[in-house]
Design a protein around this ligand. Structure first.
Ligand code: ATP
Length: 358
């Protein structure tokens, strides 16, 4: 199986190197048939090739079974016609990665900031909504009729709403069997109405899964007040983006939030956080988010190709991360610990080896 790895910008190369070390350890432990190729994207590729996403890299991603994408510093990119391409957006669209799956879970021994513990997954529609840079076939979803008037168009389709709802209900069937749809139908009656119509239709076909709905503003408060009541949350693109950062931070740290972008044929692991240029090159970043995202990718590949050893590798990474995070002495600085990125990764790989040999 082929994994294509794109380290990206900022702390990307540091946390990607950590994730690759972890993958090497589980690869040995479970004799995984994995081949890995690494390609420059972002500012490193721009200097060499004139674009932040060379076409050859996009092709490598299309051919790969799975992609691991480091964070990208799109704020520092030049305009698109000067080579600035947001790899995250482009890959989501080009590989039709319609489901952004973002779990947030509190961990034993680790402080959480919400009032209750949580174990939830936000399933976010990934291809349309308010994302004006990618929601049109041609042109963008933003326009400026006069210098003092700007408009943006939000796109919601029945097909995209229905398939993200199906992904959420399938996930809930393997968890605590509850789905909450998050919306703003009181303000965006037509678009949110269409989204909810499709989710409700999928809900009717899953009578064994309980279903409810929340307005996005009350959801923002409920995540702080009582996140323990939620299992799977399904929502549109931008609400999902914002709520998943909130949930990850409330669960302990944004540095812990894993995510995959999944389609029918492709899957891409991606940290929830950005490229953190403020701590770039200081060996301070917490690599947990990308490591857990890579574990989610292995689990997705294991399910898709019916290879139980890939799923077992994912579970071992999850368990080992729990153990290393449980000990204040082996945490990184964002969690108040003393460990550098490399020292944390060393500890995690040691835990993986020790559990694998039991
Ligand atoms: P970008 O422009 O790529 O979104 P950003 O710095 O604006 O980058 P984030 O990367 O999400 O946004 O960072 C927000 C804050 O969280 C920063 O102070 C950053 O240092 C910190 N942070 C983000 N990710 C991590 C991480 N993995 N480990 C430690 N701190 C992190």
């Amino acid at each position: 199986m082929q994994l294509t790895v794109l380290p990206g910008d900022g702390i990307g190369p540091e946390i990607t190197s950590a994730a690759l070390q972890v993958i090497e350890h589980v690869k040995r432990a479970f004799s995984l048939d994995l081949t890995i190729d690494v390609h420059d994207i972002g500012l490193a590729a721009l200097q060499r090739t004139g674009t932040t996403l060379p076409p050859s890299v996009l092709e490598a991603c299309r051919r790969a079974d799975g992609v691991i994408l480091g964070p990208v510093s799109t704020a520092s990119y030049p305009a698109r016609d000067q080579g600035g391409v947001n790899a995250s957006a482009a890959l989501r669209i080009e590989l039709d990665l319609f489901a952004n799956v973002r779990p947030s879970r509190t961990r034993e021994g680790l402080q959480h900031w919400g009032r209750t513990p949580m174990d939830l997954v936000i399933v976010r529609e990934n291809t349309e909504g308010f994302y004006a840079d990618r929601n049109m076939y041609s042109g963008t979803g933003e326009l400026m009729p006069t210098p003092d008037l700007a408009l943006s168009i939000r796109r919601i389709s029945a097909a995209a709403s229905s398939r993200i709802a199906r992904a959420a209900f399938e996930l809930a069937a393997a968890r605590r069997r509850h789905v909450t749809a998050v919306h703003k139908v009181n303000v965006l009656g037509v678009t949110e109405g269409l989204f909810l119509r499709e989710v409700q239709s999928v809900a009717r076909a899953h009578s064994d899964i309980t279903y409810d709905e929340q307005l996005v503003d009350s959801m923002a408060a409920l995540l702080v007040r009582d996140a323990s009541r939620f299992d799977v949350i399904v929502t549109t693109n931008m609400f999902g983006d914002i709520l998943s950062d909130e949930a990850a931070e409330l669960s302990g740290s944004l540095g812990l939030g894993a995510s995959i972008n999944a389609g029918e044929r492709h899957c891409m692991a991606q940290a929830q956080h950005g490229s953190a240029p403020d701590i770039q090159g200081q060996n301070k970043a917490n690599p947990t988010s990308l490591i857990l995202s890579s574990a989610m990718l292995l689990d997705w590949l294991g399910r898709r190709h019916r290879q139980e050893n890939l799923r077992a590798a994912a579970r071992l990474i999850e368990k080992s991360v729990d153990v290393v995070l449980n000990n204040p002495a082996t945490r990184t600085a964002d969690l108040g610990g003393p460990r550098s990125t490399t020292a944390f990764t060393f500890e995690l790989c040691k835990e993986i080896d020790s559990r694998a040999s039991r």
